[in-house]
Every structure is written in structure tokens, then in C-alpha cells.
Design a protein around this ligand. Structure first.
Ligand code: GN1
Ligand code: MG
Length: 362
């Protein structure tokens, strides 16, 4: 067990550290809340250095983004800015924003935003706010002067993700290719491969730009106030150049699924059009200043791409013997795969309906 109190105390926190306890349920980093006797509490986070190998780039990206957003909010005279953008803390003895513990782990800390809520599921009303918030997040970053690095190279590149799956299948490290269901899932994924790689083709042809996106727009990566308004977007690790499809598609992957992404209750999975419609309205409003017609008309494709990509990622991890995502039981990644594949099919069947809706918006 790490000495969390000692690690927290290395940061220039206001007040004395009273207690450190677990917070949240991310699949990649471990997060804690640091209670202090000062004006605010802090979040202490162990950065998963296997996933984020370039911690300097990671922190440079996040600082550039939060500084830029803070400036914009200040310029707009927004009240309560400390609750609307994350504030990272530097170490007591340097201006670095991460610490390395004796066991070689990386840690960082930021101010805990009090009286804010996170949700695992959202209703249409909150989805509309979320769409606007993520759209505005992208809009605010459209003129970011700093260069943002690709902190996980090819993160949302579906061609790359499919290649990782092909490699996993070839290696078959833990013998899971012997399971008949695994072959069936593979065939199903394969049927849609070419169609789903459209984003990369459009990028190569020059019709689809990369913009600074959040790239992990799960519902639980937003803080809401008591009225359901979004205070701010959190979990900025994956902010990097990507297609707008990332933020649009990944939100719906989580929010338009009636069950959690690891639920085995497949019969309950039906891509929720009420959530899609509300979120899309908010998103189109938030991105009005920059969204191109090509981006807009491909939003239904994005809604399918993300359950598809997550299927591919969970499935590759299952075949590799569960080395990436935290699992709670041996079949966890297979259960997640089935869930996401079912959601993909449901969304895919609704492309005409989604397209009709988007065309009907002004
Ligand atoms: C991971 O860390 P968390 O749970 O917010 C993953 C996302 C996946 C998600 C699936 C860096 O996000 O890309 O969509 O799990 N983040 C990384 O739940 O791989
Ligand atoms: Mg998260």
C-alpha cells in the first residue's frame, strides 16, 4: 500500500492533509479524495503510466487546456471559475505538477470541486446540457495556441484498433480463440470493418479535420450542479487531436445505452433515441461556430463507430488475457464486448432515423 498521505503532502496543498480515501470508478487511473483542514479538498490520482507513457506530455497538455479555458472564462466574466475548470497543483519543492513515489508510480493532484454531482446515467434534459457542454469545450479549444500532443498515439483510430485485434487473434496468448463464441464475434466485427473505417479514409482524403477533443466523454466525466447544468468537464487525460466523432460518439455510447457497459442483460440494450435527439441538439448548438457539413452529416456514423470501437478494444483485451482494462472477474471483458456489440447493432439499425432527425434541425 502506498503511503497516500505522504504522497499528498508532497504537493503544495493549502491546509493539512487529514484523510485520503478512494473516489470514482475509472478503468485506468486510481483516484482518491484528500481531505484537508484548508479551504478545499484535493483529488490525488495515480497516473497509469503503462497507458500514459509520456507523463510530461500528458501534464503539459492538461495544463495548456485548463489555462486556456480559464482565460476564456475570465474574459467572458464567468462567475465561480474555480468550479468550472480544474486547477492542478504543483509540488512543494518545484513547479512540476506530478510526483514520483519511491515505487516508481506517478501522482498528480488538483482541487476537488465540492457540491458537484457525477452521474452514471442521464435523462434527455441532462443530455442536452452535456451536448452543449462538450460542444462548447471543443469550441473553446479551437484557438488553443499550444500544440497538444497525441498522448496515446492512434487512440481513436479504428484502423489501428482493428489491427490490434488482428494481432491479438494471431498471437492468441491465452488460448481464448478456441471458444466458439469468440469466432462468431470476430466474424460479426469483420462484417462492418470497411464501413466503420470511413473516418480514416475521409481524413486521408482531406474532407475530415482533426480538432482538439476530449476523447473520453463518458457521462461520469462531467460535473453537474444541483440544477443539472454542467459545471465542467473532467478527466482531461485523453484531450488530444481527434475527429469530433470521438466526443459525440463516446458520450452516446455510454448515455444512450439503457444499461451499464458491462451489463450482461443484452435484451435490455436498445440505443436510446430520446437521448440521441437531446444530446445532438445540445451538441449542434455548442459547435455552431465550427462544425462543417461533413462532420454534421456523419454524426449518425459516429454514434455507431464508438460502440463498434469499444467492442474491438474490449474484445482485443479479452483475447490478450486482460492486460489493459481493470476486470472484476475472468469473463468481464467478454461481457463488455457482447454488450457493446449489441449496442452497435442497435445504433446501426437506427442510422436512417438519426439522419432524418439531424436533417430536420436547422
Ligand atoms: C477508459 O479511464 P476511463 O474509465 O475513464 C478508456 C476509454 C474507454 C473506457 C471504457 C485511456 O476510460 O477510452 O472508452 O475506459 N480510457 C483509456 O469504459 O483507454
Ligand atoms: Mg473517467
Amino acid at each position: 500500500m502506498d503511503n497516500l498521505n505522504e504522497i499528498a503532502s508532497r504537493f503544495a496543498l493549502e491546509g493539512k492533509v487529514l484523510e485520503v480515501k478512494p473516489l470514482g470508478n475509472g478503468l485506468i487511473n486510481d483516484t482518491y479524495r484528500v481531505k484537508t483542514d484548508g479551504p478545499h479538498d484535493y483529488v490525488l490520482q495515480h497516473i497509469n503510466n503503462a497507458v500514459f507513457q509520456d507523463v510530461d506530455m500528458l501534464q503539459d497538455n492538461i495544463l495548456a487546456v485548463t489555462r486556456h479555458i480559464r482565460k476564456k472564462l475570465e474574459a467572458a466574466g464567468t462567475p465561480d471559475i474555480d468550479r468550472k475548470v480544474l486547477t492542478f497543483t504543483h509540488l512543494k519543492d518545484s513547479d512540476k505538477t506530478y510526483a514520483i513515489s519511491e515505487d516508481g508510480k506517478y501522482w498528480r493532484s488538483y482541487i476537488f470541486i465540492d457540491n458537484a454531482k457525477t452521474y452514471e446515467t442521464v435523462n434527455p434534459e441532462y443530455s442536452r446540457y452535456a451536448g452543449k457542454a462538450f460542444g462548447e469545450f471543443e469550441a473553446m479549444l479551437a484557438d488553443l495556441p499550444d500544440k497538444i500532443g497525441e498522448v496515446i498515439p492512434n487512440f481513436h483510430n479504428i484502423e489501428f484498433r482493428l489491427q490490434q485485434l488482428v494481432d491479438a487473434v494471431k498471437e492468441d496468448r491465452v488460448g481464448r480463440m478456441a471458444e466458439p463464441e469468440v469466432k462468431e464475434i470476430l466474424a460479426d466485427i469483420d462484417n462492418f470493418g470497411i464501413e466503420m473505417c470511413k473516418s480514416e479514409r475521409m481524413y486521408r482524403e482531406g474532407s475530415l479535420p482533426k480538432r482538439i477533443c476530449h476523447c473520453d466523454t463518458k457521462v461520469n466525466n462531467m460535473l453537474f450542479d444541483d440544477n443539472g447544468e454542467v459545471l465542467c468537464v473532467i478527466d482531461l487525460d485523453t484531450v488530444m487531436p481527434s475527429y469530433v466523432f470521438s466526443d459525440f460518439g463516446d458520450f452516446l455510447r455510454y448515455a444512450a445505452n439503457p444499461v451499464m457497459e458491462d451489463s450482461p442483460e443484452l435484451d435490455k440494450i436498445d440505443f436510446r433515441m430520446d437521448i440521441f435527439k437531446a444530446f445532438t441538439e445540445g451538441y449542434i448548438e455548442g459547435t455552431r461556430s465550427f462544425l462543417t457539413p461533413v462532420e454534421k452529416s456523419n454524426l449518425p456514423y459516429a454514434a455507431c463507430l464508438f460502440p463498434y470501437m469499444q467492442t474491438v478494444r474490449f474484445f482485443a483485451d479479452y483475447i490478450n488475457g486482460d492486460t489493459y482494462y481493470k476486470i472484476k472477474y475472468p469473463e468481464h471483458n467478454l461481457v463488455r464486448t457482447r454488450n457493446q456489440l449489441r449496442l452497435f447493432h442497435s445504433a446501426f439499425d437506427k442510422i436512417p432515423e438519426m439522419t432524418y432527425f439531424i436533417d430536420s434541425l436547422k
